[in-house]
Design a protein around this ligand. Structure first.
Ligand code: FES
Ligand SMILES: [Fe+2]
Length: 415
């Protein structure tokens, strides 16, 4: 096949609709803005893990789309979420990534969320409990009972993750939204309290969907030498790639042969509860949240899109809370030797998606991105992406392969 001119390069490929997308869905500012409005303001987001706020008055800050949020644990042990926005004049109330409200700060009272700007104070339920010089300034025209924080829907579920939805009336409950894909790991994740032992974040010059794609397609194992030597066998190629409603996908398990890689050892001893040794499950939730369990360590990725070609990814590693110090060290080693910033895998994925990001900056020549591999819904079948983009098209009312046109259902996703 000779190299192609512009018209040939832009032609629809000889695949069925739904088996490719237009690269503008990764590069256009307008589409990015619309995704924030139509998707991120309405989906359940796993913003953190309950072990990151273990005690009453502990808090953590995060964001969903452009909205800064604060998650805190009350004296009643309930975890609640609020917009991290002061009702007075819109100051970001808490600027630390995490901490505790138990002790007072120079500009904050104990057991209160205090806005440092004009010292308004809130309790762990989001009630405003103090307005500085309230009577003097407002007389009886505004009282603190009416200026509480903006509360958000919040649930702790599926292994202790804290899920928040910016929509007060989401179309589906959290269970309806993603209960089915979690079924394969529900018993395992809920058997024992889990604990975060690793956290880092990366700001990557690529579109958030490309990160999610790389988590949900395994054809790119050709890039991962470690995965090839520990995995490429008959069981690997039979690994199921299953699409679920709402754009989610689960990549089923097989047994990884860690000893095939020099310096690596079996992870059988520290397998999570109810898992046979050295198994590997992957749950990819629409629009960009991943739960990746390699036997002895769970990884969770959460994306926050920052622009069409910029995404913040938060990476967490989790083990069992009851781990002994030795077990924990081994688990950390298992996690970091593959998924740490210097591990055998993660940086390769980052190179892959940054390479895609480099060719899809806003204004670059549109082209087709192919998702047309069919391999009996096994590991290298691109069914996960086809399904994801069909659901994306519905949320956005755009056809992924022709984003200027309204959504029409594709046969491919349903196959
Ligand atoms: S903006 Fe928060 S107290 Fe004024
Ligand atoms: Fe990868």
């Amino acid at each position: 096949m000779p190299a192609r001119n512009h018209n040939q390069w832009s032609e629809a490929p000889s695949l069925k609709t739904g088996e490719w997308v237009d690269s503008r869905i990764y590069s256009e500012q307008e589409i990015f803005e619309e995704e924030n409005e139509k998707i991120f303001k309405h989906v359940w987001v796993p913003v953190c893990h309950e072990s990151e706020l273990p005690k009453p008055y502990d808090f953590r800050t995060a964001s969903i789309g452009r909205e800064p949020i604060i998650i805190c644990r009350g004296p009643d042990n309930e975890v609640r979420a609020f917009l991290n926005v002061c009702p007075h004049r819109g100051m970001l109330i808490e600027r630390r990534p995490s901490g505790s409200f138990l002790e007072g700060q120079p500009s904050g009272n104990p057991k209160r969320i205090t806005c440092m700007f004009h010292a308004w104070q809130f309790d762990m339920k989001g009630n405003c409990v103090y307005v500085a010089r309230e009577k003097e300034g407002y007389q009886d025209r505004l009282c603190k009972e009416n200026v509480g924080l903006r509360r958000l829907r919040c649930e702790v579920k599926f292994g202790g993750f804290v899920w928040v939805n910016l929509d007060d009336n989401p179309a589906q409950s959290l269970e309806e939204w993603c209960g089915k894909p979690f079924e394969c790991l529900r018993k395992t994740l809920d058997a024992e309290p889990l604990e975060v032992f690793h956290y880092h974040k990366a700001i990557v010059d690529t579109n958030y969907k490309l990160w999610h794609d790389t988590n949900s397609e395994f054809y790119h194992d050709f890039m991962h030498y470690h995965n090839r030597v520990t995995g490429f066998n008959d069981a690997y190629f039979a690994r199921k790639n299953e699409a679920f409603d709402n754009g989610h996908v689960v990549v089923g398990t097989f047994e990884v042969n860690y000893e095939n890689y020099e310096g690596f050892e079996s992870r059988a001893e520290l397998s999570f509860p109810y898992l046979p040794p050295n198994q590997w499950y992957m749950i990819d939730l629409f629009p960009g949240f991943n739960f990746n369990l390699r036997g002895s360590a769970l990884r969770c990725d959460i994306v926050t899109p920052l622009g069409p070609d910029k995404v913040m990814i938060e990476f967490r590693g989790l083990g069992l809370k009851k781990d002994t110090p030795e077990e924990r060290m081994t688990r950390i080693n298992h996690h970091n030797s593959i998924w740490g910033p210097f591990g055998r895998n993660l940086h390769e994925d980052l190179i892959g998606v940054a390479g895609q990001g480099a060719t899809m900056r806003p204004g670059t020549e549109p082209r087709n991105i192919l998702h047309g591999r069919h391999e009996n819904e096994t590991i290298h079948d691109e069914i996960g992406m086809r399904h994801y983009y069909d659901v994306w098209g519905r949320w956005m009312n755009r056809t992924p392969s022709e984003p200027d046109k309204p959504y029409t259902a594709t046969a491919v996703a349903a196959e």
